[in-house]
Design a protein around this ligand. Structure first.
Ligand SMILES: *[C@@H]1O[C@H](CO)[C@@H](O)[C@H](O)[C@H]1NC(C)=O
Ligand SMILES: *[C@@H]1O[C@H](CO)[C@@H](O)[C@H](O)[C@H]1NC(C)=O
Length: 134
């Protein structure tokens, strides 16, 4: 039978392991920024750094990494809810550093929209053996 402490510890370690292996690529977004003003329905270009912080330094985004762009907004007093209701694009190459998307036409006026860019690091095969040429 499981006891509660054991379960909590298990979840905790699973969480840490997940964080450590995720290898998330989260490059800095340059456009939009605090001076950006866009209109609903407009086609806009989102731009981000082609390097990211991998835990020890800035490294180039790998060519195979793909990303997802979402639009959300923040509300006063509820800063952890990003209201990411709109999927703008997915499956594009993160290393390109920019993506043109069309904003939904029915957006309300707000000063607190945010763009979230999520990347994965692609995946590597298992380790395998190659012998040097003679
Ligand atoms: C901020 O975004 C605008 C476009 O909305 C862009 O022209 C400008 O270069 C951006 N500023 C920075 C510091 O990237
Ligand atoms: C990477 O690939 C391995 C082997 O195919 C798989 O077991 C693992 O779940 C994959 N990891 C991710 C993050 O997709």
């Amino acid at each position: 039978m499981f006891n509660k402490i054991y379960l909590i510890a298990l979840f905790f370690f699973a969480f840490i392991a997940c964080l450590a292996s995720a290898g998330a690529i989260n490059p800095k977004i340059n456009v939009p920024n605090s001076s950006t003003k866009w209109s609903a329905g407009q086609t806009v270009t989102i731009q981000w750094d082609v390097t990211y912080f991998d835990g020890s330094g800035q490294v180039k985004i790998p060519e195979e990494a793909t990303g997802t762009l979402k639009l959300g907004y923040l509300e006063d007093g509820d800063e952890y809810n990003e209201h990411l209701f709109w999927d703008l694009d997915t499956g594009f190459k993160l290393a390109s550093g920019a993506r043109s998307v069309t904003l939904p036409a029915d957006l309300e006026t707000k000063t607190s929209y945010i763009i979230v860019l999520m990347g994965n690091s692609g995946n590597a095969s298992a380790k395998f053996y190659i012998r040097a040429a003679k």
